[in-house]
Design a protein around this ligand. Structure first.
Ligand code: 5AD
Length: 367
């Protein structure tokens, strides 16, 4: 009897072959929730290799050999939320908080653009001190000076605020759903709901942002079923980007005593995501590289096509401690860029040219 895993792989392969005609279409993915679960359940080495090879094939056919580089500027580590896993949570009183002055943010973006980054990601905690007009000013100041795409990753806001940010010219918005299990979501994010998250992701799409979501793999209480639901949710939301990384315990959080996520599970989630959403941008996340020294290379061979080096100035970078070991203060923006390029070349891939926009992006309705 054919295993459920093989049946899922065969369904995926014939779908990918049909799609080779052109990704402009938007044909419905034939992989049902049970197929996704079967792919995630790959257990022996042979199944895992098949899963990863299929994902790598999908990546090659749909995204090509280019790996896109996005430079992240972590401009504030203040956070209004109290997420159980995150070192920036508001109850972490041990952390020295900062906000980068606008001129430093623009200078970091300028330096990033000079190095060759075509996308700048502006990330912060959910820092409500910044009004939408302040974010607008940040986006406009950068765009006036340098020719880059801008991704915002600043958390949950009122819908009208997202409108203003889109009108300012921000191209993309990254808001990970973190976990698609509503109960687990509510437990880990006091005062927040999965529905609220999903509504925002839908609204961001309607505004014409290229939208990124993603999950954390290895959260306490998470099962294969929950991981399958993560992928189904991202497929249904039709996100342009999915950031997938392992849970890494932070000592100043309620989850301090829990074990980290494991790399093999992360690779399975990533590979399954690539197969189900072959056009999505999938970063080899920093968390993969923190958990395993070769984690990002492994991710790039399992479907990933983006690297996001941190280009935050050293004085701030050390304080952006979402989880321990995240940021290497000894690696500045130029070195980070160079190391990423070396990684890309060593894997026989090429550095992405152009902004690295999503090929599936629907043009924005006028804001
Ligand atoms: N381990 C792994 N990822 C984490 N994040 C926050 N805390 C942790 C942790 N302890 C991730 C979340 C968030 C992103 C910026 O960092 O997914 O969206």
């Amino acid at each position: 009897m054919r295993s459920q895993f093989l049946e899922a792989i065969e369904t995926a392969e014939s779908w990918l072959d049909q799609l080779k005609g052109g990704p402009g279409l938007s044909p419905t993915c034939p992989l049902g929730d049970h197929h996704i679960k079967a792919l995630l359940s790959a257990c022996d080495q042979e199944e895992i290799n098949t899963l990863i090879e299929t994902a790598d094939y999908a990546r090659k056919v749909f995204m090509g050999n280019q790996v896109h580089l996005r430079g992240i500027i972590e401009f504030s580590n203040h956070c209004a939320r109290n997420c159980w896993y995150c070192g920036l949570r508001r109850d972490n009183t041990c952390l020295r908080r900062y906000r980068m002055p606008l001129r430093d943010i623009v200078a970091a973006a300028r330096e990033g653009a000079k190095l060759g980054f075509k996308t700048i990601v502006l990330q912060s905690g959910d820092d409500l001190w910044y009004s939408a007009s302040m974010i607008r000013q940040m986006v406009e100041s950068i765009k006036q000076e340098v020719d880059v795409a801008i991704t915002l990753s600043i958390g949950e806001r009122e819908f009208s605020e997202y409108e203003e940010m889109r009108a300012a010219g921000a191209d993309r918005f990254l808001l990970k759903h973190e976990t698609a299990d509503p109960d687990l979501y509510a437990r880990l994010h006091p005062g927040m709901t999965l529905d609220g998250r999903v509504e925002r992701l839908k609204y961001l799409h309607r505004l014409g942002f290229q939208v990124g979501s993603g999950n954390i793999v290895g959260l306490p209480g998470q099962t294969i079923d929950v991981l399958a639901r993560d992928i189904c949710l991202m497929r249904d939301l039709d996100v342009e980007m999915a950031g997938i990384g392992p849970f890494i315990p932070h000592p100043a959080t309620p989850l301090a005593g829990y074990p980290p996520g494991d790399m093999m599970t992360v690779l399975k989630v990533l590979a399954t995501c690539r197969i189900v959403m072959p056009w999505a941008h999938l970063p080899a996340t920093t968390a993969c590289g923190t958990l395993d020294p070769n984690g990002r290379q492994k991710a790039l061979r399992a479907g990933a096509n983006v690297i996001m080096p941190d280009i935050t100035p050293a004085e701030y970078k050390a304080l952006y401690e979402i989880y321990p070991g995240k940021n290497r203060v000894d690696i500045d923006a130029a070195r980070g860029y160079q190391l990423a390029v070396e990684m890309i070349i060593s894997l026989g891939r090429e550095v992405g040219q152009g902004y690295g926009h999503s090929s599936r992006h629907r043009p924005a309705p006028a804001a």
